[in-house]
Design a protein around this ligand. Sequence first.
Ligand code: ZN
Length: 141
Amino acid sequence: MRPIRRFVVHCSESPDGRPDTLEDIRLWHMSPDPRDPSKPWSDIGYHWVIERSGPPRAGRPVERPGAHVGGQNADSIGICLIGTRDFEESQLLYLEGLLHALLIRFPGAEVCGHTDLDSGKTCPNFNVGAWWRERQKHNTG
Ligand SMILES: [Zn+2]
């Protein structure tokens, strides 16, 4: 298994409420794109997708580097929330649970958002580090 140092949270930039699925994103990533000569990719770029309803779904196997963040795919896991800004509370609860599970397997990894690694992006449009610290306080309080 490759070393994992970061869990990187993303959003799909789907209009909030539109119920895009893991299969939709896989199709986007595996289709040619005139604006992105690196496509088509071999598989969906994310390791996990959290749809508007329902539990996290596995995308690319975590053993394989993803395609989700410039220059930092080798040692990270990419998680994508469907939506842009107005996420469902259930999605954030599922994200929290997924991160706890991943931390058991990959202890010490950092939780961050795409924008923390690429200041040219706003994805996922909230401060993941601050959100995660806040959730930890609730758990230990
Ligand atoms: Zn992103």
